[in-house]
Write a protein that binds this ligand. Sequence first.
Ligand code: SAH
Ligand code: SF4
Ligand code: F3S
Length: 483
Amino acid sequence: MAKIKEGLVGKEIIESRQGEATIMETAPGKNAKKLFLESYGCQMNFSDSELVATILAKEGYVTTRDASDADLVLINTCSIRENAETRVRHRIEQYNRMKKERPELIIGMLGCMAERLKDKLLEEEKLLDLVVGPDAYRDLPNLVKQAGSGQKAVNVLLSREETYADINPIRLNSNGVTSYISIMRGCDNMCSFCVVPFTRGRERSRSPETIVHEAKYLFEQGYREVTLLGQNVDSYRWNTNRKHEVIDKEKETVNFAQLLIKVAKVSPKLRVRFSTSHPKDMTDEVLEAIRDHHNICNYIHLPVQSGNSDILKKMNRGYTREWYMTRIEAIRNIIPDCAISTDLITGFCGETTEQHQDTLSLMREVQYDSAYMFLYSERPRTLAQRKYEDDIPLETKKKRHNEIVQLQQEHSGIRTKNCLDNTHEILIEGTSKRSEDHLFGRNSQNVVFIIPRGDVKPGDYIMAKAITCTSQTVIAEVVNKID
Ligand code: SAH
Ligand code: SF4
Ligand code: F3S
């Protein structure tokens, strides 16, 4: 089911996780060429859309909210599960109907699906004018011109170096308080179920100077929270190779813990979050950095995928259930009030009832604050597709999914209840969806708080006392503002 959300603020996008769509818009212009940019997938894809808008703004394009008014329609796509791709195909057909009436309209596909299908859609189905992979966005001005002159245009080359490090992206649909910074691209992990290494290419880290520079710039613009993004942030490394050997002895080396601290030092008033951590790579040094810096938030997203070690092995995740639990213990010991969330997959190849029970028992042991839960979807070219049979019936996948969703709801309710009667430091992000008279913000653990507007405004830090709660949000009153 296509679910198009307009005008989402950044924070809500990360909550929606993979698979939903949003339409991104910059300030409207009068005579400029108009770009309609629709994005699917993970937060990295949304950040890429901001890069694309920045690159095309230099060519005179402004974004529009109305596809029927656009000269150029770009769909930034996701391949993570089959339904993500099905949704995009429907959208492309819709835009093609529009093109029948306006043949000059250029329709392009960007992102992971573009990389995966390459020129297949261009050649076989003739539905697109433009296909551009995630490492080729600098080439967009040329490719758009080429498409405009009636030639089909395609660039899906993956790069080992491209990090778009020098581009400070314009922020689309921003709430002016929270923002995202890409710190790396690609993934070298090869989890057997996952298409990302094929669509995003090899892992590479962006220079720490440009990351810190972007954080400073955002802070000066009034932003008060940045989320550092990578498929596996714990393997961020600058000036060291995969074996952790120094590449250039004259230059500084930076690992993820050190990068976190550099960004935290931009200002104590700038909150720092990050996503995603990998259980096999998350070090105590990272946990100590969180403990020692008040503005690095006490929240870790640590995808487990399954609670059974044999399934984890088949998934090629690089850890066992026991190892994962030692990482959870390390978090609890070093940062006692840290929130932990996860990703889970039900019905992976050959998953038995007992193995599914292991996932439920791990969930009970950890009591996650929140979780993103998915049915296994076989993806072309992945190791799992080549090696294992996708043999769990859809009904069973759904039944198991329902069971984990229900258990998670219980656990999510506990986390909001645990907030009650205490005071919390909240960064205010914007107006509540339900009422103009209320604002919403989050505590360090990422729990959403609703407070009466009073004289508080977005970007303010306040102390708030939690009064009541639902399983999702806490209703609070303001104790005092923090200067
Ligand atoms: N490195 C990122 C991965 C992004 S994909 C991370 O670890 O968060 C986000 C989640 O999508 C994964 O953690 C996994 O739970 C889910 N996922 C990935 N491939 C999938 C597939 N083929 N079927 C179902 N869920 C999948
Ligand atoms: Fe995919 Fe695994 Fe890389 Fe995450 S860490 S993007 S799940 S291969
Ligand atoms: Fe989807 Fe690509 Fe992100 S497959 S989850 S948009 S990296």
